[in-house]
Design a protein around this ligand. Sequence first.
Ligand code: ADP
Ligand code: MG
Length: 340
Amino acid sequence: MATKSKRSASKTKNESTAEADGLLMAEEPEVKIEELPGVGPATAEKLREAGFDDLLAIAVMSPSELAEQAELGEAVAGKIIAGAKTMANIGGFVSGSALLDRRREVLKLSAKVQSIDDLLGGGFETQALVEVYGAFGSGKTQIGHQLAVNCTLPMSEGGLDGDIFYIDTEDTFRPERITQMARGLGLDPDAVLSRIHVARAYNSAHQILLVDEIKRLSRGMNVKLIIVDSLTSHFRAEYVGRGMLAERQQKLNRHLKELKQTADVNNAIVLVTNQVHSKPDAMWGDPTKPVGGHVLAHASTFRLYLRKAKGGRRIARLVDSPNLPDGECIYQVTEEGLRD
Ligand code: ADP
Ligand code: MG
């Protein structure tokens, strides 16, 4: 049995070949986090409680992040990370620096709408967290559905030939809509639906737990897109009033980091949807701004603001991109899906 870290490390490159060849590190010992330097039973428990039960998950962290998330000293965290990088390397399979190399492996998922792809410099990037925000009915869920369908396309057609996880917090995922969009691209709806794994999240704690479930299930899958629709609705409903603001932001921050980390390990995209403030509000602020505050603004690599325009058209505005100019594009939502 291969270690967890070996499996998750292997899957982005060679897993299918390795599995076909029966070479999945069958003789390698299982490396537990307790074997890392500086990790005794108490520290191991802290790491596990914070979701770090996997060498790779630790190896990709920075000391300050690991210290914060697992409630450790920064020096200790640094030592543990250094150990994880070395030990994840046993067998010459993957190292922390190989993970850094993955930045060079960024892929792009096409919206199959030229104007949107142009706005994004070619499509939605893997290893990035994309936030789609806008008012009720602005088309956030439509984007989620369309990208889920597109993700199953082969690379040659702008897809990522990948599996999709969809966390649905508002009960708005509709297989019927996927079917329409799949037909719109000439795809077999059942084949598309079989690659989209949907879970309904009943509250924010459940939503957070579902990310652990994604981490567990994604080993051995080719996960390329993780959607959380909506990221903020449960948090917004549950943490009401100024007194809960700090706790809400901490939880949201942790959740976003877990999502981003899962995206990095899988070379996948995380797409989250977010509302705008419906009215001026002391806690949530400006009615034209996305909710989630600085935590979400900071975590998002790309932010898309959606709004309706005349004649059933939609406008997407790219906001605060690290490497692309701000700009807008126009598209439509049709029965077959998003179109120019
Ligand atoms: P949000 O998630 O931002 O609240 P949605 O993504 O659910 O909004 O967008 C809903 C809108 O999408 C509808 O008002 C409608 O304009 C459009 N829409 C949904 N389904 C279809 C369809 N089958 N054909 C055409 N347009 C659709
Ligand atoms: Mg929606």
